[in-house]
Design a protein around this ligand. Structure first.
Ligand code: GLC
Length: 553
């Protein structure tokens, strides 16, 4: 009898490394990273032991939001190279056994996209305008925005256009920057175009897509006012109302249709949702069997460094994703948040910072790194798929004292500096401690300044150095694979209120967030630690505060 092989579903347990192309490696020396730079450094990622990379956008773009404002979805921006460089990157990654996920930005285009230009030229009521969300203004002469929505980056979510007759006319919606007009997902053209974009990249061999702002595509009919703060993470308000711009039921029709597109291809391609929704059962709706394969687990990322919070988030995440048969994902850092080595160096309970500037209380770098290493070993022992952000394998902190005049994040500029923004986590990587731009670019140019302490984090200072953060990550990824932790099962172990402890056979994992050392079971074989063990009161090796240990009990 023929046996149908199980689909491989590599993504269920994969470690996926996020490359931020602007800041990874710059081959041509203009100070901005590029695709040839990435390809030349893929050996590093093979040596680190990741299963896949996710590339933030490298498409044609005026770079008003670092490439999340796309003017041509089917070509590479000259700053990053050309289409043949994308093909070469894919080929080299696949040769090394690394899968490649690309970013898809379907909520908005750039205002320099040919569609938006055509919409401006064609005028009110035209089919060209129907692809975006144009509305007449309120008030006399339509001088007021159509509703009260705010941009995630600050200011109004609407901009008024000058019509071809030279007069102020309609308004268009942009949940982000003025240069990122929202598409109208009730328009058939938009559906057809994005499916075609999916096919374009699937045909070139990509293994999947990270879907930007996946919870934002569909807006509530009539675009009702929303008299509340408008952060990216929102659940229902106290009255049980849901924000009209996020997490509308209609988005799921989009993902059901995309899933069919992907299922038409071989090679187990996948979709991962960037959906800042709460609570976890709302997130689980994005990964139902006929929708996406994964969703980022931002509850884990924002959890305070407290054992009870971490246990709760881990348990809830596993239960909610498990209820729809999806794997859980884990993530601690990305290009939108303060890196965990800096975040965890702030006092416990500090609300998630939107950037850190020189005038702000500075993180304790040593404590932050100690906790970040412990958090990472906790994360990498959990069943499911884990996302790493470039540079975290070096223990890299944010640049927390960057001068304001070099900042590029539209969130900084649109809020008049009230929100510091995300530049601090986007600083180009240090590869070599004594080279120009720490080895990022051959000319020493760098689109954001690298702080002098980056020399100490450079890869060449850590490679082959026992106990370095880089060697810890490498050992963790090797062991995780050998022990099958990503596809394992978690069983909680009781070890006290300030401890996160669980078995993921055959490993016992202990993260100590309390003051007192936690003794390991007698005779336990230590597999990996994020910091030195101490002698416990009973003389046995013990896990001190802010350390994670993996042992075989
Ligand atoms: C997502 C991206 C972020 C971008 C925003 C608008 O949240 O991760 O970097 O600014 O979408 O596209």
């Amino acid at each position: 009898m023929a046996v149908t092989p199980e689909p491989r579903q590599w993504w269920r347990s994969a470690v996926i490394y996020q490359i931020y192309p602007r800041s990874f490696a710059d081959a041509d020396g203009d100070g901005v990273g590029d695709l040839p730079g990435i390809t030349s450094r893929l050996g590093h990622l093979a040596e680190l032991g990741v299963d896949a990379v996710w590339l933030s956008p490298f498409y044609v773009s005026p770079q008003a939001d670092a490439g999340y404002d796309v003017a041509d979805y089917r070509d590479v921006d000259p700053v990053f190279g050309e289409l043949s460089d994308a093909d070469a990157l894919l080929a080299r990654a696949h040769e090394l056994g690394i899968r490649v996920i690309v970013d898809l930005v379907p909520n908005h285009t750039s205002d320099e996209h040919p569609w938006f230009r055509a919409a401006l030229a064609a005028g009110p009521g035209s089919p060209e305008r129907a692809r975006y969300i144009f509305r007449d203004g309120r008030g006399p002469d339509g001088a007021l925005p159509p509703n009260d929505w705010r941009s995630v980056f600050g200011g109004d979510a609407w901009t008024r256009v000058i019509e071809t007759d030279g007069r102020p006319g309609q308004w268009y919606l942009h949940l982000f920057d003025t240069k990122q007009p929202d598409l109208d997902w009730t328009c058939g053209d938009v559906w057809a175009e994005m499916e075609d974009v999916l096919r374009f990249w699937l045909d070139r061999g990509v293994d999947g897509f990270r879907v930007d702002v996946a919870h934002g595509l569909v807006k509530a009919p009539g675009l009702p006012d929303w008299d509340h703060d408008q952060e990216m993470i929102e659940g229902a308000n106290a009255d049980g109302e849901r924000p009209p711009m996020w997490d509308q039921d209609g988005v799921h029709d989009v993902y059901r249709s995309w899933r069919k597109v992907l299922d038409g291809y071989d090679g187990d391609r996948m979709l991962v949702a960037e959906a800042w929704v709460a609570p976890a059962d709302r997130l689980a709706r994005y990964v139902r069997p006929d929708e996406m394969h994964q969703a980022f687990n931002f509850d884990f990322l924002v959890a305070p460094w407290r054992a009870a919070d971490l246990r709760r988030v881990v348990a809830e995440s596993l239960a909610e994703m498990g209820s729809v048969g999806a794997p859980t994902t884990w993530v601690l850092s990305n290009h939108d948040v303060v890196r965990h080595a800096s975040r965890l160096g702030l006092p416990v309970g500090t609300p998630r910072p939107h950037g850190i500037a020189a005038q702000d209380p500075q993180p304790d770098a040593e404590l932050g790194l100690r906790r970040a290493r412990a958090a990472t070993l906790l994360m990498l022992a959990l069943p499911g798929s884990a996302y790493l952000y470039q540079g975290e394998e070096l223990g890299l902190p944010d640049h927390t004292t960057m001068p304001h005049d070099v900042r590029q994040d539209p969130a900084f500029h649109r809020t008049g500096g009230e929100e510091i923004g995300r530049d601090g986590c986007r600083v180009p990587l240090p590869w070599q401690h004594d080279a120009p731009a720490y080895g990022f670019s051959p000319t020493g140019r760098s689109w954001l300044p690298q702080p002098p302490e980056f020399a100490g984090y450079a890869l060449d200072r850590q490679r082959g150095v026992p106990g370095s953060t880089y060697e810890m990550y490498r050992a963790a990824l090797r062991l995780r694979r050998e022990l099958g932790l990503g596809s394992g099962d978690l069983t909680w172990t009781e070890a006290g209120p300030d401890v996160v402890a669980f078995a993921n056979a055959p490993a016992l994992v202990v993260t100590n967030l309390g003051e007192e050392p936690v003794s390991l079971p007698a005779g336990a074989e230590v597999l990996l630690v994020s910091g030195d063990l101490v002698a416990g009161p009973d003389g046995r090796p013990a896990v001190p505060t802010d350390v994670t240990a993996w042992v075989r009990a």
